[in-house]
Each structure stands twice: as C-alpha cells, then as structure tokens.
Ligand binder design. Structure first.
Ligand SMILES: NC(=O)c1ccc[n+]([C@@H]2O[C@H](COP(=O)([O-])OP(=O)(O)OC[C@H]3O[C@@H](n4cnc5c(N)ncnc54)[C@H](O)[C@@H]3O)[C@@H](O)[C@H]2O)c1
Ligand SMILES: [Zn+2]
Length: 362
C-alpha cells in the first residue's frame, strides 16, 4: 500500500513512516515543517527507497493533489498541537487543523482516495468519566478558578458537590472540548465523518492519549507534559509538576501509536468488517494503564538520575483533571493493543534524544 502521511516529519508521523516502511509499504510524507514545531531553518530528509518527502502545506490544494498521486490511503497527522500561547493562537489552530483537513479531504475525493486514518485525540472528551456515589456517572463542568487557586483540584459532583471517582472513558462518551486545540481536533473528526458519508469513504480516528517516546519535541507551548519533564531533566533542573501531581493520564509509547496507525490503515484500506464504506469510527488508543502526572515525573527523574520532581500547585486553565481511556474497542475491532510497559518506556525515553532541531533524534 502507498500511504500519504501528512505531518510525517513530526514526532508521531515519523514513527508512522518507520512502521510503514518496516512493514513493506511505501510512504509519501507531506509536511510544512511548521516553525512552531521545528524551529526555523528546518529541512526534510532526502527522499529514498520507500519514502518520498514533499515540503508543503496541507492547505495548498495543488500540493496535496500532487502528493496524492498513486496513493491508496491517507494517514493524517499534520496539525498544530498543544495548548499554544493564549487564545490569540485560535485562528492559526483552526486554519491548520480544520481548513487543512477540509482541503485534504476535498483533494482525496477528487483523487479517488477513500481510506483515511486521522490522528484524533482524547482531548475531545474534556474531563474523563466520573462517578458520584449518589448520582452515578456525572459530567463535571470546567473547574472554577477560585477552586484551582485554593488547591481544590478535584472537580466535585455537579449535583451534590461530593467527591467523585474517576473511571475509564469510552468512545461514546459525550464530546466536551475545553480549549481551542481540542475544539479543532473534534472538528477534524466531524469533517472526516462528513467526508466518509459523502464519498463512501472509510475513516478511522485514533484518539491518542498522552504519547511519549524518542524524538519527542523539546518543551514549547505546543509540547506535552512528558516533554516538559524530560527537557527540564536535560537542563539539570527538577521537573515541575502542576496541581498536586495526582492528575491521572494514560501515557502511551509512540511506537505503540505507530503500530495502531499501521493496523488502522490496513483495516480502512482492505475494508475489514467494522469499516464499511460511508463509516467513521473512533478508537481510544491508550496504554490501558493509567498513571498520575506525579508518578510519571518521578519515574522519568529516577531513570534520568535526578533531580527529583517538585510539585508547584500551579495550574493551566485549559487542563482537565483526569482523563484515562478504555481501549477495548481498538482491541476488539482492530486487534490492536499497546505493548510497551510504562517502566520500560520511561527508561528508554530518559535515555533517548529529543527533537531540539529538526529531525535530530538519537
Ligand atoms: N503528541 C501527543 O501526545 C498527541 C496526542 C493526541 C493527538 N496527537 C495528534 O497527533 C498528531 C501528530 O502530533 P505530534 O505530537 O507528532 O506533533 P508534531 O508537531 O511533532 O507533528 C505535527 C507535524 O505536522 C506538521 N504540520 C502542521 N500543520 C501542517 C500543515 N498545515 N501542513 C503540513 N504540515 C503541517 C508539522 O510541521 C509537524 O511536523 C497531531 O494531529 C496531534 O493533534 C498527538
Ligand atoms: Zn453527586
């Protein structure tokens, strides 16, 4: 199969390209090398056997049409990621992520490409699943600033104010994006679903949880929490953990995510049972083993050889408290599950390179 990997020079995209070529497939990489992700002066690797690199923007219809020549399926990783600096980033997030997806899907329609795997995200859920002893499953709204200021980080039951028990979120949970980035990731899914219906395409969104591993970009307003901690350690500084460190996440290794993409691409390409024409299906892709952010900082610091993390009590408004997933649907329908254990993955991540300049990785 020949696969167009948008954002294929990025952290996850480059691992997807590796997985594709290792499995004997061909990849066409289309990446704009966004300065927010790669810094200035970045360059793509030279094309070689099995991989063609094209520098260009997914919002440019001509460039996308050219990249789609001879392609069987699209793996859409290109996006502006992270929380960004502040709300003024909204136009560029919406442009890259949603206008970009619309241009890409239109070009796919014209080129007759009917198989899509989208890099989705768990951010579409907002707060994860919570249960109140009295009210059952409830949906806490955004946390109040005075609560966060006074160190009340747990969202209370919206009915009775009691403490809640966090659980695993399934794909059918209500959507509740809490910031601009999350909103654009949800819109990408809706566009993919609309495209699939309109053109009889097959679309899958893999809702990644917190992806980490070799080649992760260094800390910028666009990076994830594992990147902040790893970058601090590399500077000889303690990782600073926000809130009280007890916020729960599912940290999943980038090679497991690359494998999920490969499996999903094969499913949409061949039209496996659950992936009929006209259908859009979302899959949580997590490790299935939640950890707190504090645990992750401690594990990474230990593997790196210190210093120990410092818990600061600071907070970011767009952050949710707990979000951990059930990835049972992916296991059942795609036959995918994560394999790399947390301790092993953190040990490797502590010892491996990050993306300081473009595509420099150990
Ligand atoms: N890293 C995570 O934990 C995580 C979690 C959930 C979802 N995701 C999703 O996974 C995908 C890949 O993320 P990543 O962590 O590898 O980020 P990344 O920034 O390393 O990679 C994204 C790549 O897309 C490219 N790009 C962005 N806009 C583009 C455009 N308009 N045209 C062409 N190329 C463009 C960038 O240059 C970059 O190389 C994104 O869609 C992101 O939303 C990531
Ligand atoms: Zn209650």
């Amino acid at each position: 199969m020949r696969v167009l990997v948008t954002g294929g020079a990025g952290f996850i995209g480059s691992h997807v390209v590796e997985a594709l070529t290792a499995a004997g497939h061909e990849a066409v990489v289309l990446d704009a090398l966004l300065p927010s992700a790669h810094g200035g002066g970045a360059e793509l690797p030279a094309s070689g056997p099995g991989v063609r690199y094209v520098r260009g923007d997914i919002r440019d219809a001509d460039v996308v049409a050219d990249a789609l020549r001879g392609v069987d399926a699209v793996c859409h990783q290109a996006a502006m990621v992270g929380l960004g600096k502040d709300f003024s980033d909204a136009p560029v997030y919406v442009s890259c992520n949603d206008l970009g997806t619309a241009v890409l899907l239109t070009a796919m329609e014209r080129a007759g490409v009917r198989a899509l795997v989208l890099a989705g995200s768990m951010v579409v859920y907002g707060e994860g699943r919570y249960e109140c002893a009295r009210h059952g499953v409830v949906r806490p709204g955004p946390r109040a600033v005075p609560d966060l200021r006074s160190g009340q980080f747990e969202p209370p039951c919206p009915e009775c104010g009691a403490a809640l028990r966090p659980g695993l979120v399934g794909e059918d949970a209500p959507m509740d994006p809490r910031n601009t980035y999350a909103t654009t990731k949800l819109a990408q899914e809706h566009l993919a679903a609309a495209w699939a219906r309109a053109v009889d395409g097959r679309a899958v969104s893999l809702r990644y949880h917190n992806v980490y591993g070799p080649g992760m970009p260094c800390d910028t307003p666009y990076a994830g929490v594992a990147s902040f901690f790893r970058s601090a350690l590399a500077r000889g500084m303690a990782p600073t953990v926000y809130e009280d460190g007890a916020q729960r996440r599912d940290f999943v290794h980038v090679r497991d995510i690359a494998a999920a993409n490969l499996t999903a691409l094969e499913a949409v390409h061949t039209g496996a049972a659950a992936h009929r024409p006209g259908c859009f299906t979302a899959y949580n892709t997590g490790s299935g083993h939640p950890h707190t952010v504090g645990e992750m900082a401690a594990a990474l610091a230990e593997c790196y050889g210190g210093p120990d993390p410092v818990v600061t009590g600071e907070y970011r408004l767009g952050d949710v408290r707990h979000i951990t997933a059930s990835s049972q649907r992916a296991a059942r329908e795609l036959g995918w599950r994560a394999h790399i254990p947390f301790a092993e993955g953190m040990k490797e991540f502590a010892a491996s390179g990050m993306r300081t300049a473009p595509l420099q990785r150990a």
